[in-house]
Ligand binder design. Structure first.
Ligand SMILES: O=C(O)c1ccc(O)c(O)c1
Ligand SMILES: [Mg+2]
Length: 613
């Protein structure tokens, strides 16, 4: 595929007025737009002005859409529909748009007659051609008589007009579970337009699914790389255009949504183009684990954080040469604690750093995927780490710790080492704002090249929580994202936007005992163990109960985990033991953990920790 393949977006994807949408699409870097009729109708700009505006912004008008309920109607309606079409051709002329989308009819006045549909579309294409317009016919998944792409192709073939072709929309095809392979038989010159949308698996009415829950490619469950590959193999040469109807995106800042949209399309395009293509993205990094996790802690919370690290068996091994940052280490797990005395008891995961064999190339890839590059202050003798900003505000670093001049040289050694209980960072869990979840998932997946696992949904004490974890093929880096499925109202007694860092161990009971000795083991109630006994009857139930260990298992193995209370405003630590290749995160136990965190909150953790430290 040529690397200069044009990328477009339908204005219906974005929030705002037509002007807002065009500005956002252009700012993100799209080449073209599909103008959605209601956006134009509500605009005060004359079609000529829209045309000029698009040209000034460097946007081509790829498509005008949709024209509905045209074909296979009785003669009086046909006349009215042709009049309606002529008016739209007038408009398109003023707009400078040369392709109109016609959706398969849903009208109760239409008849189930392919010959008549073909005849009417032929007539429409003839009229359109006189005006310099071509017609792309799209089968809506809920079309009254035509609801599959192969049916729309039969009609277009029968109509046999050079200015009539097909619009393929991945949603309508994949939502119905249709096999897209027969797209291969459609000649390239009949593939007029391609609309791309992903969606989660949902068992619901297809029209509602389409109008409310579409997602950008890579955010849902459809196999879009295969779909796109088939369409391109057929010889389609037009733009790759996103058409995503989504309730959240309709309300989000269009500039942010447009960037997410283009990132998704760049990543999808990457999946079908050879790696060597000029102007292509640098390959995803072969990540080799977390280099460090940086926690920002206000002066009021720092003792809680460092007290918990100490209890977990970490040793403070280094002090940054120019910043108030301490390095804590154990096994290959490294935590930086960045103390900002003015920040009260606020805590947050400020940064995650991943090991990349080529940090500069990884950062270039991130930049090409529209990640904001952070300019960081560093002294001439300090490491210049490649840093980008994730949508949730977390800084992301790519580094190589195994080279002589690594970031570690910025730290002055201060201490020895202690016996290791924990071996590495197992995962980092970041809670997202309700509207940012899909964008954040897309960011970590594409920039890091991680593979998403099956999304989970749990009914938690303070509301429904969705989560999505992702990892690289070798499971060196795991990121777990979660989100309150519905925006919170006044009643929000849980920890706001909690974040946690999980460490791996081979001795979970030992780790839990250390935490308990320091008053830092999150207590799990008996009811949990009674239920566990009833459900699974795990072998070492007494041990689990004694050490407040949570338990899960999958086809491969078992999972034992425990937690600290919340430290400062929103951070906590988890210790996990994966046995025999367990892959999950114990998502079913999350509600029990959340309720336990709330109990500790009510009791007041600060007094406990200060009493011990
Ligand atoms: O939901 C609709 O009406 C609609 C309109 C135009 C499209 O291209 C489409 O896929 C759906
Ligand atoms: Mg469509």
């Amino acid at each position: 595929m040529p690397p200069n393949r044009k990328l477009g977006i339908a204005t219906v994807c974005l929030s705002g007025t037509l002007e807002d949408k065009l500005d956002a699409a252009a700012a993100a870097g799209f080449d073209g737009v599909e103008i959605f009729e209601p956006d134009l109708v509500a605009s005060a700009l004359a079609p000529e002005e829209i045309r000029t505006r698009c040209a000034d912004l460097g946007l081509n008008i790829d498509l005008y859409q949709p024209f509905r309920d045209f074909e296979a109607v009785p003669p009086d309606l046909l006349a009215a529909n042709l009049r309606r079409a002529e008016k739209k051709f007038d408009l398109m002329e003023r707009l400078g748009a040369s392709m109109a989308l016609v959706c398969s009819t849903v009208s109760p006045e239409s008849v189930n007659d392919d010959d008549l549909a073909a005849e009417h579309l032929h007539l429409l294409a003839t009229r359109a051609a006189e005006r310099g317009v071509r017609i792309a016919y799209e089968a809506l998944a809920w079309g009254r008589h035509v609801s599959t792409f192969d049916h729309s192709w039969r009609i277009v073939r029968r109509a046999d007009h050079p200015d009539l072709g097909l619009c393929l929309d991945s949603f309508h095809i994949l939502s119905r579970g249709s096999d897209p392979a027969p797209i291969r038989v459609i000649p390239a010159e009949k593939l007029f337009f391609l609309q791309l949308a992903d969606a989660p698996h949902l068992d619901m009415d297809v029209l509602q699914w389409s109008r409310h829950h579409r997602l950008f490619p890579g955010q849902g469950a459809f196999d879009l790389p295969r779909f796109l590959d088939l369409v391109l193999r057929s010889g389609y040469e037009g733009p790759l255009s996103l058409e995503v109807f989504n309730d959240v995106f309709r309300q989000s800042d269009p500039r942010v949504a447009a960037v997410d949209a283009l990132r998704s399309l760049l990543s999808l395009r990457e999946s079908v183009e050879p790696r060597s293509v000029e102007g292509g993205l640098p390959a995803p990094p072969e990540l080799q684990g977390f280099a460090f996790v940086e926690i920002a802690a206000g002066g009021g919370a720092a003792p809680e954080v460092t007290g918990a690290l100490d209890a977990l068996g970490f040793t403070r091994t280094g002090r940054h040469r120019s910043k108030p940052v301490a390095l804590w280490e154990q096994g290959s797990a490294r935590v930086l604690v960045n103390t900002d005395v003015d920040a009260g008891d606020a805590t947050a995961v400020a940064a995650i750093a991943v090991e990349s064999p080529d940090p500069a190339a990884s950062a270039r890839r991130a930049e090409r995927l529209l990640a904001p590059v952070l300019s960081r202050e560093h002294r001439a003798d300090e490491a210049d780490l490649a840093a980008i900003a994730a949508p949730d505000g977390t800084s992301v670093f790519f580094c190589r710790t195994d080279v002589e001049e690594s970031w570690l040289a910025d730290f002055e050694a201060v201490g020895g080492s202690a016996p290791s209980v924990l071996s590495a960072v197992d995962h980092v869990a970041l809670t997202q704002q309700t509207d940012d979840f899909d964008g954040a998932a897309l960011f970590y997946r594409t920039v890091f090249g991680l593979h998403p696992e099956v999304p989970a949904e749990v009914a938690a004490p303070f509301g429904l929580v969705r989560s999505l974890s992702m990892t690289d093929a070798a499971q060196w880096v795991r990121i777990a994202l979660s989100v309150a499925a519905v925006r919170r109202g006044e009643w929000a007694p849980g920890v706001p936007h909690p974040q946690h860092v999980a460490f791996a161990t081979d001795d979970i009971a030992g780790a839990a005992a250390r935490l308990r000795d320091r008053g830092l083991l999150l207590a799990i109630p008996d009811n949990y163990y009674d239920d566990l006994d009833a459900r699974i009857a795990p072998e070492r139930l007494d041990l689990l109960r004694e050490h407040s260990l949570l338990y899960d298992r999958d086809e491969q193995g078992e999972f034992l985990h425990c937690y600290t209370p919340v430290l400062g405003t929103r951070i906590f630590f988890e210790v996990v033991q994966r046995i025999s290749g367990y892959r999950g995160y114990g998502a079913l136990n999350a509600p029990v953990r959340m309720a336990a965190h709330r109990r500790v909150r009510l009791q007041g953790l600060a007094s406990v920790v200060r009493g011990v430290a």
